[in-house]
Design a protein around this ligand. Structure first.
Ligand code: CAA
Length: 240
């Protein structure tokens, strides 16, 4: 049976690798993006995966977008809440705007993405909810009070959803990537990044594909008894 997967932030970075990996496993994939039309068009041209533009921070836009995906591709049974942003600053310089943007996108965005698909999953008695959290939600990070709070919040979301979804055949799990070679990590000042890498026992950044493989594992039919869990993929940087 063909499964339909929604990947938010699915045309770039870790999300791009997730969309491609699910597509390669036979899922019909809808990848959302927020702003970069050019990259999204190139991604569709390369992969054949359809992209949809909406802001995950906006509930009505998410619900309308999900209704469109359902109509055009089919009922969504696998949702990967991946879209996320950083607005790093030491707490004493962090502005309310930096706090709100990150909370609205990374945390409320997960609610906005999962809530509209949840009733259908309950009705069909199958669902896979996978939230991309972060090592920094587990350990905290200098300069990321906002981001770490949202990524820790993701873990609360999946542990609660796991309990609510269990009887309906829905699993909910989180993946906590460590530092992965994406634009987000490459945007960190070079000297700070090198210091971070020197603190990773594996001695390197992770790859987006290494995270995508965690997703395909959790998404599979065979992973039905794994729920409320967290996979840490961080090169042994941190153990929770
Ligand atoms: N621990 C303790 N002190 C630290 C520190 C740390 N980790 N990082 C910086 N400091 C200190 C600095 O040494 C400096 O001290 P002095 O003034 O005494 O020299 C002071 O804090 C200010 O540091 P900066 O000069 O770096 O300050 P800044 O305002 O220019 O930059 C910052 C602040 C933007 C937070 C910058 O430090 C930074 O980018 N840090 C990296 C944050 C990070 O890891 N972000 C992850 C992004 S990727 C991601 O989020 C994906 C994922 O899930 C992993």
């Amino acid at each position: 049976m063909g499964r339909v997967a929604l990947v938010t932030g699915g045309s770039r970075g870790i999300g791009e690798a997730i969309s491609k990996a699910l597509n390669a496993k036979g899922y019909s994939v809808a990848a959302t993006y927020a702003g970069n039309d050019q990259k999204a068009a190139a991604f569709t041209e390369e992969t054949g995966i359809k992209t949809y533009k909406w802001n995950v921070a906006d509930y009505d836009a998410s619900a309308a977008g999900i209704a469109r995906v359902t109509e055009e591709i089919g009922a969504i049974d696998t949702v990967v809440a991946n879209a996320g942003i950083t607005r790093d600053a030491p707490f004493h310089r962090m502005t309310p705007a930096q706090w709100n943007e990150v909370v609205d996108t990374n945390l409320t965005g997960v609610f906005n993405t999962v809530h509209p698909v949840w009733p259908g999953m309950r009705e069909r008695k199958f669902g896979r909810v996978i939230v991309i959290s972060s090592v920094n939600g587990q350990k905290g990070q200098f300069g990321q009070v906002n981001y770490a709070a949202t990524k820790a919040g993701d873990l609360g979301i999946v542990k609660s959803l796991a309990q609510e979804g269990a009887r309906a055949g829905i699993t909910a799990n989180a993946i906590c990537p460590g530092y992965i070679a994406t634009e987000m990590v490459m945007a960190i000042d070079e000297s700070i990044r090198q210091k971070i890498i020197s603190g990773i026992p594996a001695g390197r950044l992770g790859t987006p594909e290494e995270i995508a493989r965690c997703v395909t594992f959790l998404a599979s039919e065979d992973s039905g008894f794994i729920s409320g869990s967290t996979i840490s993929a961080n090169g042994a940087q941190f153990f929770s």
